[in-house]
Design a protein around this ligand. Structure first.
Ligand code: GUN
Length: 299
């Protein structure tokens, strides 16, 4: 019998587990870089400014908004929170957006979604001038991304592209599957991956045989909002799995769209929830606000 000596591990104990992509650490590093860029701009007399508009009291939105405002303040970006009651008139909201469009202290305007049903979301988003559209939700930004000349890219997919780059995940020529087709994540995500020469499949709630698609993904992005939708049998061994889900459980804990414990035994790399994509979204908002200030002030 061959003897490999005291350092050889018995083969049956070796189990592949995915590399955990630490979004919190990547976001902290990016925020530190942004902070010094903001300080450099401040030294020339320019402080970037973000205005966040929030309507009503959705608890999830309140948490997101608090994180965004705090991240801006920590980076040295001026931030303003404009709160409206849930029954606010659309006209009051539009009037505030117009004021902020004209306010020289404000470089970025973010309207936290969702808005109450009596307000026309598209009309409010369209009222933001494209130069201040740091969320990338205006049709101008969406169209620019579609034709491959991005202006402002929505923060969550931009943050995911940042993670893929930093983690040296190959994209060109790979098969990316995006599950979810929202304007905020799914559609822009698919366009960004396409722009980096991935072959992209977009799946959604009406896609039959979802697993047949996801199993072919080298990069799998789950952005649906259904806890544990993606199980281990739906993932190709070695794939990079990005979990955008933020599903609050009855016990108050946050869970993703991916069954993390099961999938990490199959995937090559995986983002956790919390601590994966979420912190990158916030860091990218700071980045977009800084870029808006640099562009508007011609720096
Ligand atoms: N609601 C959920 N995600 C987002 C986001 O990234 N931006 C805004 N404005 N609203 C959201």
């Amino acid at each position: 019998m061959l003897n490999f000596g005291p350092f050889s591990a018995p083969v049956h104990t070796l189990r592949m587990t995915a590399r955990i992509i630490d979004g919190k650490a990547h976001a902290a590093a990016l925020r530190a870089e942004l902070k010094s860029s903001v300080a450099a701009l401040a030294a020339r007399g320019v402080q970037p400014g973000l205005a966040v508009i929030m309507v009503g009291d959705n608890p999830a939105s309140r948490t997101y908004v608090r994180n965004k405002v705090r991240a801006c303040e920590e980076a040295g970006v001026l931030s303003q929170l404009h709160e409206f009651p849930a029954d606010a008139d659309e006209s009051a909201l539009l009037a505030r957006v117009r004021e902020l469009n004209a306010d020289p202290r404000i470089d970025g305007i973010l309207v936290q979604l969702p808005l109450p049903p009596h307000i026309d979301e598209a009309r409010v988003l369209a009222a933001v001038v494209p130069e201040k559209d740091v969320d990338g939700f205006h049709v101008h930004s969406a169209g620019a991304l579609l034709i491959g000349a991005p202006h402002f890219v929505p923060c969550t997919p931009a943050g995911i592209m940042y993670l893929l780059e930093k983690e040296a995940i190959p994209i060109a020529g790979r098969h990316a599957v995006v599950v979810g087709r929202s304007n905020i994540v799914g559609k822009p995500m698919a366009l960004l991956l396409l722009q980096k020469d991935a072959t992209v499949t977009i799946c959604h709630s009406k896609t039959p045989e979802l697993a047949a698609h996801t199993r072919r993904a080298d990069i799998l992005v789950a952005a649906v909002g259904r806890t544990n939708l993606i199980g281990a049998d739906m993932v190709k061994p070695g794939a990079c799995v990005i979990d955008v889900g933020t599903n609050r459980q009855p016990d108050g804990k946050l869970r993703g769209d991916v069954d993390f414990e099961a999938v990490r035994a199959v995937a090559g790399s995986i983002t956790p929830v919390p601590g994966g994509v979420g912190p990158m979204t916030v860091a990218m908002l700071v980045a977009n606000t800084l870029h808006a200030a640099q562009q508007r002030k011609q720096y």
